[in-house]
Design a protein around this ligand. Structure first.
Ligand code: DGL
Length: 281
């Protein structure tokens, strides 16, 4: 038994899409979430920048006494999962890409044509393609970046014709020319536009990594005898910029359970400036 919280992080609100699946499957588990809303999006940034932001957040979560880190961000998982695992060898660090690629390699076969959509960094890393091919080299895989999705989603432009046009702009040719039957939502923001994608391409099977990662969390907790018991712990959601969209999304996810949730602002830049000016005095 281990009653410490699980630490989740993402560049913004995308990683929140994992939380309802965790709460449904493992309702006793407690959560500390960090969304780097002040510095989002990560998906078009240099790898060295993504690595330094991510290590900073992982340090913060470990200092907050988490029992496990879940990288609820494909871009970070593609860039620096190993670095974070090496830095914290004593706690499990789970990325979101490998559990999904393993499942896709198991459920698809050589007749399947699988498309991966994600940020520029995730797609150019070929992390999904390499891991799926390792499991089953006969599955046909196609990849394309959709860099405008995340800024629109962070702005709350979802149930809207602008989003539908943007989906068509990136995906129409991609789906048609490659005759796709399956698409992997290779960014944790994308489950928020899953309904739009389903309506536009009703024939596509949609794979959602935000739900798949929860099975891996459960396996790790079981292997380490680390399941939590019921307690009064309030789940805590930190954001580097506690924006209205972030709060709305949490409201949307927690509906009637608001009382058990705490929102806090923690901005690394402001914290550094505060510490530097305290040192100067
Ligand atoms: N939600 C993130 C992902 O899964 C990153 C989006 C971004 O910041 O570009 O890749």
């Amino acid at each position: 038994m281990d009653n410490r919280p699980i630490g989740f992080f993402d560049s913004g609100l995308g990683g929140l899409t994992c939380i309802p699946y965790l709460m449904k499957r493992l309702p006793e588990e407690k959560i500390i979430y960090y969304g780097d809303t002040a510095r989002t999006p990560y998906g078009s940034k240099a790898e060295s920048t993504i690595r330094s932001f991510s290590l900073e957040i992982a340090d913060f979560l470990v200092k907050s006494n988490v029992k496990m880190i879940v990288i609820a961000c494909n871009t970070v998982s593609a860039t620096c999962l190993d670095d974070i695992q090496k830095r914290f060898p004593s706690i499990p660090v789970i990325g979101i890409i490998e559990p999904t690629a393993t499942e896709v390699a198991e459920i698809c076969d050589e007749n399947d044509r699988v498309g991966i959509i994600g940020t520029k960094v995730t797609v150019s890393s070929h992390a999904y393609r390499n891991l799926i091919s390792k499991g089953n080299s006969r599955i046909k895989i196609f990849e394309t970046p959709c860099p405008a999705f995340v800024p629109l989603i962070e702005e709350g432009i979802i149930d809207n014709e602008i989003m539908n046009l943007t989906i068509r702009y990136y995906m129409d040719d991609f789906v048609r020319d490659n005759k796709l039957d399956t698409v992997i939502l290779g960014c944790t923001h994308y489950p928020l536009i899953q309904d739009n994608i389903r309506k536009i391409y009703p024939e596509l099977n949609i794979v959602n990594p935000s739900s798949i990662v929860v099975s891996r969390i459960e396996q790790e907790l079981e292997a380490g005898d680390m399941f939590a018991q019921k307690s009064d712990f309030e789940n805590v959601f930190f954001a580097s910029d506690l924006s209205e969209n972030f709060l709305n999304m949490i409201d949307h996810i927690f509906k009637n359970e608001k009382a058990k949730v705490k929102f806090l602002n923690f901005d690394f830049e402001k914290e550094r400036m505060r510490r530097d000016s305290a040192d100067e005095l």
